[in-house]
Design a protein around this ligand. Structure first.
Ligand code: ZN
Length: 328
């Protein structure tokens, strides 16, 4: 399903880095990262916590705005090749200039420059969501939120939280979320991936996000599933990521089908695609096999995603026309 136009809402920029790109950067900088890769060149990790370590080690090669400009182009090239026409990516001032506002602005300038080039050359539109990292703690999240507030606008349009769900609580990050919201940023939060339904409830009730990253373990509590459907909260579901990390054994066992059938607004994304040996086209193929979903279901998911996209109305209607043209 490579050619079907797709909307992707949940993509970590560093996590989307092709392994060959990271190996090339490491070589240029004389860094030895050979332990991070399998013999076939893919990223090597054993479980989610090991994945976080490998992720941070791979990210350590990205040291300058120019590195991020090249990364953004490499990532968007992959996305566009898989039919993605609109994408939102998570950006972390933690990795881009150590949460210093001036340094962050330079990184952002380089990332936007690459995004503009990709839009001209590959027809893919990108917007940025700034995320604080949960296991780095609330103090660093405040600094991240200040970076977010300082650069909020028509391109940095959202704020969220990622990282290890097993430490701290959403309410520990209220200051950061209030700061982002006051700056006009729209809110999403990772929950219900490693934490159970209680983590989705905590994110929902404490942070009041429009969207939840993953959220899929809500399936363990049907009252919560119904609440998500009633509120119209959009789930950024990443089935291949969940299967690769062993939360469910197969696509067929993944709850996206049940959530969709029960009226929850689900969307499909790849999270950190090369880490999970996936692409947007592969996600669609696997879902189509697992649930017998046809093009009309995917068209519904893409409309849901576009409605939930953190972009302005002009951008939304421009992208809507591209979806409509493909479905005509
Ligand atoms: Zn994620």
């Amino acid at each position: 399903m490579k050619s079907m136009p797709k909307i992707e809402l949940h993509l970590h920029l560093e996590g989307a880095a092709p392994p060959a790109f990271i190996r090339g950067l490491a070589q240029e900088k004389h860094m030895d990262l050979s332990g991070l890769f399998n013999p076939d060149g893919s990223y090597r990790f054993t479980d989610f916590w090991d994945f976080l370590k490998v992720y941070e080690a791979a990210t350590s090669t990205l040291q300058t705005p120019e590195d991020y400009r090249r990364l953004t182009l490499a990532v968007l090239e992959e996305s566009a090749a898989n039919g993605v026409v609109y994408s939102e990516t998570f950006l972390s001032p933690d990795f881009c200039g150590g949460r210093d506002v001036g340094a962050w602005k330079e990184y952002l300038h380089a990332i936007r420059d690459a995004a503009d080039q990709a839009e001209r050359q590959m027809g893919i539109t990108l917007r940025g969501i700034i995320t604080c990292i949960r296991h780095f703690g609330p103090d660093k999240a405040r600094e991240t939120a200040v970076c977010a507030a300082e650069t909020a606008g028509d391109w940095i349009t959202g704020f969220g939280i990622a990282g290890d769900e097993k430490v701290l609580q959403p309410k520990d990050f209220l200051w950061a979320f209030d700061c982002a919201r006051e700056a006009g940023l729209r809110i999403t939060a990772h929950a219900g991936e490693w934490g159970g339904p209680e983590s989705v409830r905590a994110a929902l009730h404490d942070l009041n996000p429009e969207r939840i990253g993953h959220g899929v373990r809500a399936i363990e509590d049907l009252a919560l599933v119904d609440e998500l459907a009633e509120r119209g909260t959009v789930l950024e579901v990443c089935p291949g990521s969940n299967v690769a990390l062993g939360i469910w054994p197969t696509f067929r066992a993944h709850p996206i089908g049940k959530l969709f059938d029960r009226g929850v607004k689900v969307t499909v994304s790849t999270d950190d695609p090369p880490f999970f040996h996936t692409t947007m086209a592969r996600e669609y193929d696997m879902l189509s096999d697992a649930f017998d979903w046809d093009d009309s279901v995917f068209a519904t998911l893409n409309r849901t995603a576009l409605d939930a996209a953190f972009c302005d109305t002009d951008t939304r209607s421009k992208i809507a026309k591209r979806l409509e043209a493909a479905n005509a």
